[in-house]
Write a protein that binds this ligand. Structure first.
Ligand SMILES: C[S@@+](CC[C@H](N)C(=O)[O-])C[C@H]1O[C@@H](n2cnc3c(N)ncnc32)[C@H](O)[C@@H]1O
Length: 293
């Protein structure tokens, strides 16, 4: 119980869900430190709706949306993302995609999709990129000055009361009936590229009805969050959504890697996932360096 209360205390704080505050956070490092680390401001998915409604150019809304989504937590983890952060992983995806006349690509853990904007623009027109995430939407239920935030499964994440956000430490669920759905697809992808939604997909348990040629998975398999056993099981599960000979590209951004990114590639051969390429010494690489995953 004590760790849960500590987690709830850390996840609670003042909350204004203001796009203007997002602008300030982006403009100045010291404002960011003051607001997020000292005053401990929190954001709820409401900020995404406010950014979407701003009378601002699409690029400005897209940038603020990515800022906002990156500050949202789904309980255990954040939806941190950024445009153009997975250049190495994307280059591998493009190289592999060139092998197929109509490459089918899925991204898992896509957040708002902004990390794949360049990939989307660079893939040939006959390619299909399916963006997926475990939590592609949030749910919101308002009661006057109070509102509840729930994840896509109806798990209660927090209560916002006037300008205060309280992270709820209980693992309670409630029905989605009557809740507002707030989807996390970046406006640049919906308005600029015609994508309709980020699709729900859990890397640990879901399987695509039709296998794809390539799966991109960036900044999800972090050994600080998941056990080695869980990462191996998730990779084996993702292999089931790959066509025979298809590839899983796993990349991670971290200042500890030269150039800020490391990746490795696993190839599906029968029931096995074999390591075929790596660069930068990704921290999860050791889990797959033996015969198979
Ligand atoms: C740190 S963000 C990375 C976003 C993006 N891939 C990038 O590199 O910028 C991790 C994302 O993985 C999603 N996620 C967490 N658990 C997941 C799971 N079991 N299956 C699929 N996605 C998951 C989170 O909702 C979040 O959007």
């Amino acid at each position: 119980m004590f760790p849960r209360l500590m987690q709830a205390a850390r996840g609670s704080g003042p909350c204004v869900d203001s796009p203007a505050l997002l602008r300030l956070l982006a403009a100045s490092g010291w404002v960011r430190t003051l607001a997020l680390n000292v005053l401990r401001f929190k954001f709820t998915p409401e900020v995404l709706e406010r950014v979407r409604a701003l009378p601002a150019p699409l690029e400005e809304r897209a940038r603020l949306f990515t800022q906002g989504v990156s500050l949202l937590s789904t309980g255990g983890s954040f939806k941190t993302t950024g445009a153009d952060r997975t250049r190495l992983g994307d280059a591998v995806v493009l190289r592999l995609a060139a092998r197929y006349p109509s490459p089918q690509v899925m991204e898992v853990g896509a957040s708002d999709g902004s990390a794949s904007l360049r990939l989307l623009a660079a893939l040939p027109p006959q390619a299909r990129l399916i963006l997926t995430d475990r939590h592609p939407v949030f749910l919101r239920r308002g009661f006057g000055p109070a509102s509840l935030t729930l994840d896509s499964d109806g798990r209660l994440l927090g209560l916002k009361l006037f300008c205060l956000y309280l992270r709820l430490p209980f693992n309670l669920r409630r029905s989605a009936t009557g809740c507002q759905r707030i989807d996390t697809l970046n406006p640049l992808l919906s308005e600029g590229h015609g994508l309709r939604a980020i699709l729900p997909f859990d890397a640990f348990s879901d399987r695509l009805p039709e296998p794809v040629h390539i799966i991109k998975c960036a900044n999800l398999f972090n050994r600080a969050y998941f056990s080695d056993q869980a990462i191996r099981a998730a990779v084996a599960n993702l292999g089931r959504s790959l066509a025979e000979g298809g590839h899983l590209v796993i990349s991670q951004n971290n200042a500890c890697y030269a150039g800020g990114e490391a990746y490795f590639v696993l190839e599906r051969r029968g029931p096995e996932m074999l390591l075929v390429e790596e660069q930068g010494g990704h921290r999860a690489l050791g889990l797959f360096q033996e015969a198979g995953a």
